[in-house]
Design a protein. Structure first.
Length: 187
């Protein structure tokens, strides 16, 4: 059936289409363009998951801006967070005195974004805001707001549009949701 993907014996169903993603990114960018008029923000993408979202978002941004990347690891190849966040690649840009926008693909437990906030705040930015394409409802254990959210979603496992399943399927154009869990696990 169209819109269904099988990986091992897990079944995923199309959940957010390419068109819905594109339209929502345009809306988010319009708000950011207004909020940052006359400023030069640095978009900091949290790798790997945010690279597609960041590249689509940035092309709808009309204010002058810069980008940099930060790489974290917390999941290994599992579907559930290990609860451990490690820094794999640090920033190259000068954060002090700058307007920072942290770009995430998804906020699940909130551990990664909280870790990122702590590290960036140590460098004394002028301001720091957060954008995430997806936010899992009711799950994040964070005591601050995600300023710009694409879609609030139920706490299901999702893939595609940058989000991986054991490092694969980041190249899917839409976002898919796990609807039936099989018994075979990725190694
Ligand atoms: P955290 O639990 O908020 O720390 O999420 C950590 C990272 O895990 C996110 O930035 C994603 O890269 C990844 N992640 C969280 N939930 C999912 C999911 O449903 N599918 C794929 N990756 C996810
Ligand atoms: Mg991520």
């Amino acid at each position: 059936m169209a819109g269904l993907i099988r990986i091992n014996d897990d079944v995923f169903e199309e959940f957010i289409s390419e068109k819905q993603i594109r339209e929502r990114i345009k809306e988010l960018a319009d708000v950011i363009n207004t909020d940052y008029a006359g400023r030069i923000p640095i978009f900091i993408g949290v790798l790997n998951g945010s690279f597609i979202f960041l590249s689509d978002l940035i092309r709808e941004i009309s204010v002058d801006c810069e980008i940099d990347f930060f790489k974290l690891s917390s999941y290994g190849d599992a579907k559930i967070s290990s609860g451990q966040v490690r820094l794999l690649k640090d920033l190259n840009c000068e954060v002090a005195g700058r307007d920072i926008i942290v770009v995430e693909d998804i906020v699940d437990s909130g551990l990664s974004i909280a870790f990122t906030k702590k590290i960036i705040e140590k460098e004394s930015p002028k301001s720091i805001k957060f954008i995430s394409l997806l936010l899992k409802k009711g799950i994040p254990k964070i005591d601050f707001t995600i300023d710009y959210v694409g879609f609030e979603i139920p706490p299901d496992f999702v893939i595609g549009y940058g989000l991986d399943y054991a490092q694969k399927v980041r190249n899917l154009k839409s976002i898919y949701k796990l609807t039936r869990q099989g018994t075979i696990r990725p190694e």
